[in-house]
Ligand binder design. Structure first.
Ligand code: ADP
Ligand code: MG
Length: 293
């Protein structure tokens, strides 16, 4: 390979907001035929807005929101930010949290005013044996089929309420998916979010294949599986939870606004978090490699 052409390619990418780590990454990008994308923060804006907060008897809806938001103060997940912003919009002042713990792809826990708070998905509540965790099942299903991401809130080990957010698809995403298809690439979505929410997003975007309710380890396994099937895989993600999958992919692609861990694990960073950057880098790679031959 001619290092000069590659350097020109890398430089051109940078000027378009596509940061390519080294020559090897640019070379590998040419052969990519499957693109795996995380949903939240990658396909979607990742700036979800709080839409509902509800409680079971004995706790008020705003009480549930207050406890959840208090714990989320220590999380860097986009869902956490939306819950905190939602609480602030309600004029709720947040108490501090102790013994904070984060379960990537599941949720968070901590102690607030001496009470144990757990917030996250159904799998997490099940794993922690939360009492009465199915109490709001029907309501949860209803919200999810409207495309909401629903998080359950347990206080002292008992199901207490829910908070729901809506996360709109980023403006450039539909066009990016269309162009990836035009380049002949298969597009696969992986998300820790639930089946119903995932399905509505996949349908709307014309995604070829998706898996919902995956944990970070599953994302990595799915990438390895595709590689074993013979695909050259690019994986795009933004979160701490995506880092193992980014590292496992032939080319890891991080969203510029994403977590530092994701960016460190990636060969390509999309400065503006615009997925059309994948299209650009594939085109750039194909052009550069053609020039060299
Ligand atoms: P995605 O793959 O869509 O980016 P994640 O793997 O980060 O999603 O999270 C999967 C699910 O775990 C979320 O849909 C949510 O239910 C739960 N979860 C993750 N982080 C948090 C958090 N900080 N607070 C509450 N729930 C969370
Ligand atoms: Mg994400």
């Amino acid at each position: 390979a001619t290092p000069m052409s590659i350097m020109v390619g890398v430089g051109r990418g940078a000027s378009e907001g596509v940061l390519i780590k080294d020559a090897e990454v640019l070379e590998r990008m040419e052969k990519v035929d499957a693109v795996v994308v995380d949903k939240t923060g990658t396909l979607t804006a990742g700036k979800p807005k709080l839409t509902e907060f509800e409680s079971l008897e004995k706790v008020s809806p705003s009480g549930v929101l207050r406890m959840a938001a208090a714990v989320e103060q220590n999380s860097e997940h986009p869902l956490a930010r939306s819950i905190i912003a939602g609480a602030q919009d309600q004029g709720i002042e947040l108490p501090s949290v102790e013994k904070f713990d984060s379960i990537p792809g599941g949720g968070v826990s901590g102690e607030v005013e001496g009470r144990k708070v757990l917030i996250g998905n159904n799998a997490l509540l099940e794993e922690r044996n939360v009492e009465n965790r199915d109490a709001m099942q029907d309501r949860v299903a209803q919200l999810q089929s409207q495309g909401r991401t629903v998080m359950l809130v347990a206080l002292d080990g008992k199901m207490s309420g829910l908070v729901a957010v809506a996360d709109p698809i980023k403006d450039p995403t539909p066009e990016a998916i269309r162009q990836l298809h035009e380049l002949g690439l298969k597009v696969i979505m992986l998300t820790g979010d639930n089946q119903r929410t995932a399905e509505s997003v996949a349908k709307e975007l014309g995604i070829d294949d998706f898996t919902a309710e995956v944990r970070p380890q599953d994302k990595q396994d799915r990438v390895s599986q595709l590689k074993a099937e013979g695909y050259v895989v690019a994986m795009a993600g933004d979160g701490v939870n995506d880092a193992p999958a980014l590292a496992a992919a032939d080319v890891g692609i991080a969203m510029g606004a994403g977590s530092d861990v994701a960016i460190e694990s990636a060969g390509v960073t999309l400065v503006k978090g615009d997925l059309r950057g994948i299209v650009r880098s594939v085109r750039l790679s194909r052009r550069t490699m053609k020039n060299i031959r």
